[in-house]
Design a binder for this molecule. Structure first.
Ligand code: SF4
Ligand code: SF4
Length: 354
């Protein structure tokens, strides 16, 4: 028997499940002819009810990555973790597992979402071609992250290199995006998708996620970078399955590729792209402020100085970066800044605009 896996790798774009939904008749015919058992997410009740009885089992899809890595999936198939009993009870040997997408589409093709754009690509392609097919200008991208199970950052210098795709999503990190926040978000996804069974994968992953979250919220400590360097190799070696190893790899790749940006967040509490809300500074532009006073009323820290028809000014020492002034300003006069700060007056001056 072969297990055909339709569990989602990407919840927003479950490629294999989408394909199954659009090929239900074909799947129903083939399960009668082939020695296969389909694993479909428990939430896809419409699919399970349509397929012939006994041809599929449903699996808890509260976590998904475990079904896409060999070690964890083998453990699951032995019944060591929540698993469809029809599979776990059948044999102590582990049947081969193949992806639902390759079962339906055949080898050589791959559907990948670049952001929300669906791209039908050759399984072996280049990241540059993938971006081009999605209409993303390569000049505006500083790296592309090929999602789980690849977990690989590709930088512009390698956009023309051949890569064989196994992921369902490619995330483009724009030149104006914060790479540290991007890594934090990737690690957060791992936290939701892993089974939580091993100390090094689970606790190590939690630690890495906490470090990158702290970096984005101004709580980073100088020792954090050394901690990542110490922790990642141990996770790679000791985690029970590939999920912990991939998390470690993501963190190490991030340090190698975005080391300066990470260091600025952790050691200097600065976000060079001005995207991490807790790390940016807030400023009021003379060219836009009409002195209405809404920001002053909204600021609970009394960090804004001003009076009617005068350009208001943010006191950087008192500002706690809550962003309320930005949200209430009707003139778009409040802006955030990373390393490059706009010129603003030190004290309120008469407004130029109404
Ligand atoms: S910054 Fe905006 S909200 Fe504040 S006084 Fe100027 S125009 Fe009004
Ligand atoms: S970001 Fe918050 S604390 Fe800072 S000036 Fe604006 S409202 Fe006040």
């Amino acid at each position: 028997m072969t297990i055909v896996n339709f569990m989602p790798l990407d919840r927003r774009h479950p490629v294999a499940l989408e394909l199954l939904r659009s090929h239900l008749d074909e799947a129903a015919r083939r399960v009668a002819e082939e020695d296969v058992l389909l694993v479909v997410p428990a939430s896809a009740t419409d699919v399970a009810e349509t397929l012939p009885e006994g041809s599929c089992v449903t699996a808890d899809d509260s976590f998904g990555y475990v079904y896409a890595n060999d070690t964890a999936c083998a453990q699951l198939l032995k019944g060591e973790k929540p698993l469809p009993s029809a599979v776990s009870g059948t044999t102590s040997d582990v049947p081969p597992v193949i992806s639902g997408e390759s079962w339906l589409s055949g080898a050589g093709k791959k559907i990948v979402y670049v952001g929300d754009t669906r791209v039908e690509a050759a399984a072996t392609t280049t990241v540059g071609d993938l971006l081009g097919a999605a209409g993303v200008a390569t000049a505006a991208v500083k790296a592309v992250y090929l999602d789980y199970p690849q977990c690989q950052f590709v930088t512009p210098a390698h956009f023309t290199d051949e890569v064989t795709l196994s992921c369902d999503e490619a995330k483009a990190i724009g030149s104006d995006d914060c790479a540290v926040e991007a890594v934090r978000s990737i690690l957060e996804t791992f936290r939701h998708e892993s089974c939580g069974r091993c100390v090094f994968g689970n606790e190590g992953g939690h630690q890495l996620f906490a470090i990158f979250t702290d970096a984005c919220t101004g709580k980073g400590q100088d020792s954090d970078i050394a901690l990542i360097r110490d922790l990642a190799p141990v996770m790679a070696e000791q985690s029970l399955c590939e999920i912990g190893q991939k998390m470690a790899s993501v963190a190490e790749q991030a340090l190698d590729l975005f080391g300066d940006e990470i260091e600025q967040h952790i050691s200097r509490h600065q976000c060079p792209t001005g995207k991490c809300r807790a790390l940016v500074t807030y400023h009021i532009l003379v060219s836009h402020c009409n002195g209405c006073g809404k920001c002053l009323d909204a600021c609970e820290e009394e960090a804004i100085e001003g009076k009617p028809k005068f350009v208001h000014v943010v006191n950087q020492r008192a500002c706690t970066h809550c962003g309320k002034c930005l949200d209430v300003c009707p003139k778009g006069a409040v802006v955030t800044a990373g390393l490059k700060k706009p010129k603003t007056p030190p004290h309120p001056i008469p407004c130029r605009v109404k």
